[in-house]
Design a protein around this ligand. Sequence first.
Ligand code: GLY
Length: 585
Amino acid sequence: MGKYEKIIELARRRGFFWPSAEIYGGVRGFIDFGPLGCLLKRNIIEKWRKFFVYPHQDFIVEIETPIIMPAKVFEASGHVEHFTDYIVECLKCGRKFRADHLIEEQTGLSGLEKYSERELTEIIRKYGVKCPECGGELSKVRKFNLLFKTVIGPYGGNIGYARPETAQGMFISFKRVYEVVRRKLPLGIAQVGKVLRNEISPRQGPIRLREFTIMEIELFFDPTNPKCSLIEEVKEDVLRILPAERIVKGLKEPMELTVEEYLERKIISNEWLAYFMTVGQRFIESLGIPREKQLFIEKLPEERAHYAAQTFDQTVHVDRWGWIEVAGHAYRTDYDLKRHMKFSGEDLRAFEPYPKPKVYRRKTIRLNYRRIGPKFRGRIKELEELIKNLSGEEIESLIEKVEKEGKVKVGEFILTKEDFTIIVEEHVESGRRFIPHVSEPSYGVERVLYVTLEYAYTEKEGRIVLKLPPDIAPIKVAVFPLLSREPYVSKAKEIYRMIVSENILCLYDDAGSIGKRYARADEIGIPLAITIDAETFEDNTVTLRDRDTWHQVRVPITQLTNIIKDYISLKITFKDLEKKYLRVK
Ligand code: GLY
């Protein structure tokens, strides 16, 4: 059995996760989280907050927006048009497949994103790609939109889509949040939530889901001042990056430079992108995945999402699939806000006040309504809008033109000299308006959870030991009476209640031999186990066992909760305890 199968088996048997709707045969791309999976997922999300949100609370705030949103949002975001994959159907059995994945599997060709439907169909014919299930001929390749569509309300007229990313909720709330934080930039808006993507044929368990959870931040910054104030803190970290310039030359060896060097060489296009990539590397490392098993792979222009000017996939090496993406770090420029400004008609620009307001005199056009009223009936508002938006220079050239030629064109309107008068007005400009640019780190929780399990999974003497970092382990401590009888049981239950009263997740188990109980605790990653034995009744101490080394120390019951708290918050290690307390042989 490969590592993937072993983890899937463990996850199902011990209640981390399993295929959803199992009793009805299941449906690909959906999983249920069981009791342990729920806890682990929650702890991973909380740890993400500890890296990405809490240390930056002076400029990153978390919000929650709906899963279903009106069609207009995704028309504006470009997802209705661009959020597509290539689909191909078997003409014999009717099964549907993602065309690029199928071609890649059967021919070894890669980089297929750059081809059109017609070109992919030609490749299928040329290489004789067939249905992997029944060997049948395949249809022409088509585009398939991955948005889940629904109707909002009872009359069916109001189309909605399930969000494929939480990001759009942050973009359309930008104006409100910007006001709430008293118009300060940089501003990060964070969100953790469910998203849905109607994947064509997901076949990778928890790695490719149709419903999953995203943790992402949209970091809004002034493009004329793209400096990240925290870059100093990360500039010496080394990142492993496979940049696009290497990929196009067919090179597979990543670069290993400091953040500072990548920025100097312009391999990473902006400091915020570099900052969050580095925080992201530290975050994934804290889950037990060493840096050498992480790699940032730059997306080629044809592989990038429609909104991005530069994207790095943060990947982790796994046993079955090689490098898999756990996060995308994208420079989204002003794409999204610009589109939402256009589609909503709202002004989503940020504002930077000048130290001193600028006062200047400027020529302005005052329309002569008596003349233009009858002339442009019904379109006056349109003309007013055009006039309002003319710059000082445009007004000067308009005056020049009308003086020379007797008439001038503004948009589709032809104005003569008599249609307006020129007045000189004093203008006060208090600041600069601009559309912020955005850098986005976006993590898929289920993928992060899977890679964490894969790196925690070990076997020792034929048993599974899940070496999850203590701070994310679902259950923190197990309590066992050495023998399943009195007075051991009562004392163990008393200690169990003492630990639970401190809000620490704890397991009590008195079934079977002590060896079996340790084994059951090890395979679900409980970092510490307490055993109540005969000595407990003599000197009020218990044994404390380390999951990873199986070493034990004797500690006083009075110290227990403090020790557990320090251990699970990573303030101390088991080695520290071995130095302080008596080691049990
Ligand atoms: N917001 C990141 C993504 O769509 O994958």
